[in-house]
Structure formats: structure tokens, C-alpha cells
Design a protein around this ligand. Structure first.
Ligand code: NI
Length: 185
């Protein structure tokens, strides 16, 4: 596995539409392993292949899963602790989305340290090919639903800041530029 540099907005590569993967091969799995390692190191909870410069319809996500017995614990901090739960999505498609929507604060490894609320369907059903090349379908809600919709936007060259007003988006891009200038000085 290897860590890969993450592209930062407004890098034009992030605007590219990613291409479908024709078959899940060992090479695809190596890319998914690299993506997961890069995401964990960042740290983040989701990453699309285009964010490391690969225009392929591949996403990795880990929103964690509850530890066994967490419900019975009296310790509030213990309840919030999660076990790792890496998920891999190749060629994901949303086959159903709820009419009900939810506002959720989002961030992005390609838009570092900036957060803003975005409205999206509360629940979605996603069809995809998994790590082993098997076609699957899952229902997503909560954090996973938000995360997968955010990552699937990346496959179309869309960032979460593209859901905001032009004024807000330009303000965020300016902040990113300023932060980068500070880093290079
Ligand atoms: Ni993102």
C-alpha cells in the first residue's frame, strides 16, 4: 500500500468526470488499498479516486460501526467510539433516493479545513460492484448516506462547495488560496 497526494481545489483535475471501471482486477484492488490508506492518514471518512488523480468511478468510505455492546455501556464516550468499517464502491449508482431531505455539515479532503451545510436526500439505495467484483445493493442512511452522495458527486467532477451559492463558494476558494500561500511562504 502507498500514500498518495490528495488534490486540492481548484485543481482542474477535480472537475473531470470519472470513467466506469470495466473489471475489478488486482490493480483495481491495489488502487482501492492505496485510497483507503490515504484516506485514513488524512484523516477522512471518504475518498474518490479522482481526488488522487485517477479518473475512475471508485470510492472508499469508512464511517465506522458501533462497537459490540456499545449500547449497554454507561460511558458516553465509549458509545461514540467506533470500530473500523472500510467500504469499497466501484461504479456506484443511486437507484432510489428519499423525498425527505436533511441538512448536514460537510467537509472534503480536497477543500481542507472548511465546512458548510449541504442539503441532500436522507436515505439512498446504491447499486455498486464491491472489492471482490460482486454486484451488490445497499440502503444507506445517516452519515453513510451523506458521505456516499458527497463522494459520488466527485465522480461527476462536483465538489460540495458547488452546492453553495456562488458568493459562498468564491469565499471558500479564496480562503483555500490564502491558506496555500501561508504554507508556501
Ligand atoms: Ni470530498
Amino acid at each position: 500500500m502507498a500514500l498518495r497526494p490528495i488534490l486540492i481545489a481548484p485543481d482542474p483535475v477535480l472537475k473531470q468526470v470519472s470513467l466506469p471501471v470495466t473489471a475489478v482486477t488486482d490493480e483495481t484492488r491495489r488502487l482501492m488499498d492505496d485510497m483507503l490508506e490515504t484516506m485514513y492518514a488524512a484523516p477522512g471518512i471518504g475518498l474518490a479516486a479522482i481526488q488522487i488523480g485517477e479518473a475512475k468511478r471508485i470510492i472508499v468510505i469508512d464511517v465506522g460501526k458501533d462497537k459490540p455492546g456499545a449500547d449497554e455501556s454507561d460511558d458516553e464516550d465509549k458509545k461514540k467510539e467506533k470500530d473500523p468499517d472500510p467500504m469499497y464502491f466501484v461504479n456506484p449508482e443511486i437507484v432510489w433516493a428519499s423525498d425527505e431531505k436533511v441538512m448536514c455539515e460537510e467537509g472534503c479532503l480536497s477543500v481542507p479545513d472548511l465546512y458548510e451545510e449541504v442539503e441532500r436526500p436522507t436515505r439512498v439505495r446504491v447499486r455498486f460492484v464491491d472489492y471482490h467484483g460482486k454486484q451488490r445493493e445497499i440502503d444507506c442512511e445517516g452519515m453513510l448516506a451523506v458521505c456516499i452522495q458527497h463522494e459520488m458527486d466527485h465522480l461527476e467532477g462536483v465538489l460540495f462547495i458547488d452546492h453553495l451559492s456562488r458568493l459562498k463558494r468564491e469565499m471558500m476558494l479564496k480562503k483555500l488560496q490564502k491558506a496555500r500561500k501561508r504554507e508556501t511562504v
